[in-house]
Design a protein around this ligand. Structure first.
Ligand SMILES: Nc1ncnc2c1ncn2[C@@H]1O[C@H](COP(=O)(O)OP(=O)(O)OP(=O)(O)O)[C@@H](O)[C@H]1O
Ligand SMILES: [Mg+2]
Length: 315
């Protein structure tokens, strides 16, 4: 990713940068007194407030929703405020953060927010993560329902791809990270998520169709990021999921993924573990599953480290 697009840097500002710089369509704007101090002090380094990642692969079942849920947990465990945005009509993320079908009928969801097409309107729909564990207080959710599908026919309307970015404008600034869970497609819903993102994370299983799905995301971004209003938007991390070390096929594809994506491939890989599928099935965070998932907790912590290292790297 062209980090210069979403990160400026600042010295000699005594204020916490998190609340003082807004990145707004390629222009950094100052919202409060803190920024004015920052600006007058000959700004050399200013940090972007929020980092927004779309999690995408043009192949179903790659582990997109799993990555969003577990990364949100890992980031919240280290005190970060995380907004999870469900941009998939399957609404798997919404369920995994604690909402049943019945609950969803009473919620305002991404479908209404995108339709509203108003600056900052996502705030009316944001709800809490319902995991019964303390760190859940630092995770919020913009939920989805199956009728998010109804936004797809609006794709032809002028500026429709910007509606989610518009809805999140200002709202996202209250968080350290925003994770947008995409459907397994490159159509309008994924484009809404990309237009609201600073970088893209791609999980994949080391098998042909998943690698091809990742390559299509890369090529799509190279061709269309500018049209989506995010010139330079690119994959910032490839996360290998469900690797089974006993399978030669996986070892072979892992090598080809490293050839294709080089340093973008995160280390460690997420192993294939029944306990992870069970936690996702039960809509529970890993930390509620005790000692047996320690390895998985550590894995997602390392992935969170790498993500934060990217976000904090010098431009
Ligand atoms: N490392 C893993 N080990 C075992 N099971 C896993 C692992 N990662 C994901 N799964 C399971 O694989 C299934 C697919 O994962 P997930 O729903 O995260 O994929 P997805 O990419 O979001 O799918 P979709 O494209 O349908 O949105 C889920 O049942 C999940 O629990
Ligand atoms: Mg999913």
């Amino acid at each position: 990713m062209n980090t210069a697009l979403w990160r400026l840097s600042a010295v000699s500002c005594s204020y916490p940068h998190k609340h003082c710089i807004l990145w707004n369509q390629g222009v950094h704007t100052c919202e409060c007194a803190a920024v004015r101090v920052c600006s007058s002090a000959r700004v050399q380094r200013c940090y972007c407030v929020v980092v927004r990642y779309a999690v995408a692969n043009n192949k179903g079942g790659a582990g997109k929703t799993t990555l969003v849920a577990c990364l949100a947990e890992a980031l919240a465990a280290r005190g970060r405020r995380v907004l999870c945005v469900d941009v998939d009509p399957q609404a798997n993320l919404t369920r995994r953060l604690g909402y049943s079908e019945t609950d969803l009928h009473q919620l305002v969801t991404a479908a209404e927010v995108i339709k509203a097409d108003e600056l900052g309107c996502a705030s009316v729909a944001i709800t809490e993560c319902r995991w019964p564990i303390d760190l859940a207080q630092r995770i919020d959710l913009l939920p989805a329902r199956f009728d998010l599908e109804n936004r797809i026919p609006e794709a032809g309307q002028l500026g429709a791809h910007m509606r989610l970015a518009k809805a999140l404008s200002g709202v996202a600034d209250a968080y350290d990270a925003v994770l947008l869970d995409c459907p397994p497609a490159l159509g309008h819903l994924t484009q809404l998520a990309l237009a609201a993102s600073d970088g893209v994370l791609v999980p994949l299983r080391p098998e042909y169709d998943y690698v091809a799905g990742a390559a299509r995301v890369r090529d799509f971004l190279a061709q269309h990021a500018a049209t989506l209003g995010r010139p330079g938007l690119a994959i910032v991390g490839v996360v290998i999921n469900e690797q089974d070390r006993r399978r030669g096929l996986h070892a072979w594809h892992l090598e080809s993924v490293i050839d294709m994506f080089g340093p973008l491939v995160f280390n460690p890989v997420i192993p294939s573990r029944t306990q992870l599928a069970e936690a996702m099935d039960a809509a529970e965070p890993l930390r509620m599953r005790g000692f047996v998932v320690r390895e998985l907790i550590d894995t997602f912590d390392l992935i969170a480290n790498q993500l934060e290292a990217i976000a904090n790297a010098p431009a």
